[in-house]
Design a protein around this ligand. Structure first.
Ligand code: DC
Length: 227
């Protein structure tokens, strides 16, 4: 395989709480490349509907979509999310907003708009993106495509810890049910469902430490691009 030594693209897809964000951020840090958290953009839209008590019907989405301006800003690789210039970063990581993001992400116009933004953001730089359709739709020609998986128990525990840090206490059963519901919706929707594309490499993080996961992926990358 010919290695490339210019811009390269790493795309990471997988269900929630499989470790995508950690891996993407760590790669961005180690490789000094741009990081795009595509889920944060769907969360911003979901948050709008939740916080304004507007039901997530296609009709309402079409009505408001043009009025919603999303911006991502990166401060030390932590993504800051703005909706119509309001900083909503601390408000989009609840289970309620997770589900609303999944609901809003079923809409075709929403997807077209956000995919366009994601491609524009990537521009001409090397980039690592994470989400549900980055390997299949946003950058089907990415240089390295990763499909992350982990066992339901490990995912639920990870999510519980993340939520705890933000002061949200949920039982493992509640989290498992919520993850399961979102998994099903994200992988069975009509528009760009989460799939493992043929040339994606499946990485199971159930029994891998964070550093083992990062090392493994960097080694895969080294086979493909000149770092
Ligand atoms: O990665 P996340 O948990 O922050 O994503 C929240 C929801 O957004 C997810 O359940 C489905 C949707 N999403 C999507 O449809 N496509 C993406 N590329 C990223 C997220």
């Amino acid at each position: 395989m010919d290695k490339i030594d210019k811009k390269y693209i790493i795309a990471i897809d997988g269900f929630a709480a499989t470790g995508k964000s950690f891996l993407a951020k760590e790669l961005a840090k180690r490789l000094n490349i741009l990081y795009i958290d595509t889920g944060a953009m769907y969360r911003a839209l979901g948050y709008f509907f939740v916080s304004n008590n507007i039901s997530l019907t296609d009709e309402n989405i079409e009505k408001y979509l043009d009025t919603l301006d999303i911006k991502l800003e990166y401060v030390n690789l932590e993504v800051k999310v703005y909706l119509n210039n309001e900083d909503i970063t601390d408000k989009i990581r609840t289970e309620e907003v997770s589900m609303a993001a999944s609901d809003v992400s079923k809409n075709k116009n929403v997807r077209q708009r956000l995919v366009k933004m994601q491609r524009e953001m990537a521009g001409k730089e090397s980039v690592v993106l994470e989400g549900r359709d980055t390997t299949s739709v946003v950058f089907p020609n990415a240089d390295l495509k990763i499909y992350l998986v982990a066992s339901p128990d490990v995912r639920a525990l990870r999510r519980q810890k993340d939520l705890e840090k933000k002061g949200q206490i949920l039982s493992i059963e509640e989290i498992k049910a919520s993850l399961q519901k979102r998994d099903l919706q994200d992988s069975t929707r009509k528009e760009s469902p989460l799939i493992k594309v043929e040339d994606a490499i499946e990485v199971d993080t159930t029994n891998l430490s964070k550093s083992e996961t990062v090392e493994f992926v960097i080694n895969l990358l080294k086979e493909r691009v000149t770092l």
